[in-house]
Ligand binder design. Sequence first.
Ligand code: C2O
Length: 571
Amino acid sequence: AVLVEHTFVVSQMNMTHLCKKTPVTVVNGQLPGPAIKVTEGDSVAVHVINKSPYNITIHWHGVKQWLNCWADGVPMITQPAIQPSHNFTYRFNVVGQEGTLWWHAHVPCLRATLHGALIIRPKNGAASYPFPKPHREVPIIIGDWWEMDLGQVGRNMMHGLFDDFASASTINGKLGDLFNCSGTPEDGYVLDVEPGKTYLLRVINAGLFSEFYLKIAGHKFTVVAADANYVIPYTTDVIAIAPGETVDALLVADAPPGRYYMVALPNQAPLPDTQTPEHATRGMVRYGNNHYLPGTGAPAPILPKMPNQHDVITSFYFHGNMTSQHHRQGSPVPVEVDERLFIVLGLGAVCPQGRTCERGAFDSSNNLLVATMNNVSFQPPATTMTPLLEAQYYHTGSINKTQELPDWPPVLFNFTDPSLIPFGPKESRLEQSSRGTVVRRFQHGSVVEVVFQSSAMLQGDSNPMHLHGHDMFVLAQGFGNYDATKDVASYNLLNPPMKNTVLVPNLGWVAVRFVANNPGVWFMHCHFEFHLAMGMAAVFIVEDGPTVDTSLPPPPMGFPTRGHEHNLMPD
Ligand code: C2O
């Protein structure tokens, strides 16, 4: 094992797309940011130098941070944010995980431009992949191009305003030739391939809102891993990927030499519904690289036939096809469940302090629209307070200024009734919600089962639910309302896939199980940025175990604490 060291200079710079110079906040001048490549078992140190005007943190999405919650990078949950002209060093080990993860800023909306791949290769190299050794490995990061100030977009969202959209989707930072600046097509991402060779695509959805369908004309994918967990390989011509998810897929260059479009089709704006789905962000797979000069009569690149952008069935089956590589999975699915939560995802109204609001009447001038889990909306501790992890570790009083996440929704109703009107003057069923720093505590080692139930209030928006510090066994999914009396029978307890981000089917549910064995304070939230900014989040607190090996160690040297300054040491 070695130490992999990076310096991330976060700064604002101008980038030009669509004829417009736009200030963007990036790491080391790159978009996407630098890829971190490690071998399983390595240690990582990332020195973050914040030269941007924003408070930021960096989160290592999917890294388990075993006994190392201090490095998880969530502002006011695990650490105070890194202020402008301040530095912070993240140190962590990558143990027991292989595949594709990623890193991103964990402040509203800035992750749209502050992100990059985190690639974990097996100890014995590519020879120990449970699939044919690829000729090359290629990150494919799907993202957004925004022409707006993302800090402002984030603030708008926190006030319940969702009117801002990206200008284009991107593949590895490129918009593709359907977008142009005064008639000059934008560059698209090009993957040059050699006939007959196999490529491992490490696909990451770093977009703020959209699920994507990814296709390459004339080619199929073999999915081999998701969220850095191997799956039993399966073949598909389309990849469905929600914000926060990663998919590793093999691509064999077995088509007649030529050029084939790679299309990333979002299910949200910027793509208007009226456009043909093929007209989305596209890159290209190109055989050979110098046979396609203009005027040589080379045939036009071939377009794939895309699913409808709002097709939820294709995504449902893509995710439902995943089963884990049983023999490589660390532990079997626990059968006895200690804690059960049924979490309904919804929207609610909060009456701002000092006002009176008419119950059941949503009126944006009076109420604040919030996103909820069991009708409670998450509010992070104020920046003047002690971050939750520090408060939990030192047992300070502020850990008690939290609110318990209910295990069950306060009222049962027909969650997926399409006539459910989220908000409106009279017939509104939007609940008055409460707001607070929502936590749920678990004894060390508890087996927790969570059913996430989506509701019609969300109007088709995605709910990719992400848990920090743990992977979840994904036992089953379905459409409609979850019904324990019959749905438990569909649980896959033999080889369910393990994910850190699990997509709740639109107007449906998903059941997961995890073992709460990593002591600390872990964020659990929707990775659809608007929902997160509006409070669809909670903190899972995992208590220390009985031994030193199962307890959270003190903060690392130099970790900035509030009121526990004795630990301050030069970095
Ligand atoms: Cu990828 Cu809490 O986030």
